[in-house]
Design a protein around this ligand. Sequence first.
Ligand code: ATP
Length: 136
Amino acid sequence: MARLNLEVVTPEKIVVSEDIDTMVAPGSLGEFGILEGHAPFLTGIIPGELRYSLNDKAQYISVTSGFAEISNDKISVLVDAAEMSHEIDAERAAAARDRAQQRLADKSKKEDIDFLRAEIALKRALMRIKVSEKKV
Ligand code: ATP
């Protein structure tokens, strides 16, 4: 099939640029799916798992924040960071999770802004660990 073109781009690199059949992504208004012929649309992307399939084979990507544009069967996802599941360093993510949990445990000594940063970092780390377990 392969009737959609998907590009996932960060400030550092092009993570994916290929023709695919379907995609499901974490939108700011909820998870959304894209098939061929979808109406044009623009949405925010929140940290989570983006998955796509080609010939019934699924691929998983961890994404952080950004936005996605869908137009003429082309999907452009621009996010701060993204990694294919096999690119995720699970030990690094576990270390990031432990650091964030430590900061949250110390929260009484910290400013609110640090608490929020630690919570967001923890979410990113947990999301990376989850996606890394989906190696294909
Ligand atoms: P860390 O504390 O481990 O740096 P982080 O959540 O602060 O994690 P980000 O700021 O989201 O990291 O990402 C910085 C860069 O490092 C991005 O290019 C991102 O793709 C990459 N990256 C972050 N964590 C991992 C990981 N566990 N495996 C592979 N690449 C990662």
